[in-house]
Design a protein around this ligand. Sequence first.
Ligand code: SAH
Ligand code: SF4
Ligand code: F3S
Length: 477
Amino acid sequence: MEQKIVSSLKILTDADKEACETVRVSENEPAIGKKRLFIESYGCQMNFSDSEIVASVMRDAGYATTSDEQHADVIFLNTCAIRDNAEQKVRNRLRHLNFLKLKKPGMLIGVLGCMAERLKTQLLEEEQMVDIVTGPDAYRDLPRLVQEAETGQKGVNVFLSREETYADISPIRLNSNGVTALVSIMRGCDNMCSFCVVPLTRGRERSRDPYSIVKESRDLFERGYREVTLLGQNVDSYKWENKVNFAQLLEMVALIDPDLRVRFSTSHPKDITDEVLYTIKKYDNICNYIHLPAQSGNSRVLEMMNRTYNREWYLERIDSIRRIIGEDCGISHDLISGFCSETEEEHQDSISLLEYVRFDFGYMFSYSERPGTLAAKKYADDIPADVKQRRLAEIIEVQQRISLERNQRLIGTVQKVLVEGTSKRSENDFSGRMDQNKRVIFPREHYKIGDYVNVMITECTAATLKGKALTEVEAIF
Ligand code: SAH
Ligand code: SF4
Ligand code: F3S
């Protein structure tokens, strides 16, 4: 009988992103006659999506993914370099894997992704047991690098490309619930936000062929998926041969089927156009949810951050979202506390931005200086750690209160929820998301994963809504 193993992608998001440590299990992969690959991904959705490309490249080279690092022939850590603590986490993990390697000397360890790109061969010197270092644009080369490492040589490829989009590679849906999937639409970033390491680790911005995006999304729909998230560092600057812009791409994907939900991330306040907002408004299946990182509520700080918009511009974009899509459009943010030279008054501007916009939720960070960035070269990292932390705590407290208030407004309303899986807390409950990207938990009754269910919201916390499914008759009246 053919032996099956469970393949999985263990996802460890940045600790700052609060309690989202998840293990997601995908389809079983037959492992007979194959070598075993264990992949662990850190950082953003882009990285999770890349791990699916890596798994696909490695499958063609005879590897099946496994959830069990003890039995792996090759271990890849797909890493993040966005803040210092993201890198420290990988360093700790490598220390732990070193013990495993002492027991299994033939096992290979590869560091992939943004930290690999940032540190290049320096990583091999600092972490002696690492065999392979591969940057985000060199994943096609992994089988060769692994072969090289098998002969005892270190395998390194950190070449950054101007063209690579992996458009022709069918990702293996590792972190899959069979309902929602990530679809990468572009790579790299041409913005030079002064705090950010991404342009250094992911290179120049390039857009993927729209027809390959539509094909991948349609294939997913035909295989039972009901939601795609289009991914890029700055989706609003998506452009294909001066013919297809982001609004047009959104429309092309939305037209695949009204039952396919379309999400996207991340929007940049300087680039999000009214055309995009009207497209969201036009199609019911494009979710009414926008992640619009602010980074600061103060114009002087935004200028130092090189975000190329000011507070007024940001607020005008928010007003346009509410005017064109509606008051109920879900909006989330990213904010950084304690950027170089930020005063108490400027910090208060970030808090007043939260109060004005009333975001549904946010990802909040304290500033972490990254070597090689504009800010590291130009500005002193002069806000003491305890002040950064105190400001961060204040920001989080305000956001928590607003999140709770925004959720409370939904009690008594009926929301269309796409069921993604069983609730982590109880086998008897399902978990899914409503249009505005809020998580909803409700008793599973006779419903199935992948169903759209009308749920009456009955209670909430700042993070989650709870409710009860309405019968079809109740839903009509
Ligand atoms: N492309 C996205 C952001 C990607 S990085 C955008 O432009 O908004 C995700 C978030 O990490 C950023 O929005 C920012 O809030 C945070 N971040 C990036 N660099 C950081 C740093 N050096 N210190 C602290 N937070 C940082
Ligand atoms: Fe970083 Fe700015 Fe690019 Fe986002 S837009 S990835 S914050 S440089
Ligand atoms: Fe991290 Fe790279 Fe994403 S630095 S946030 S994994 S683009």
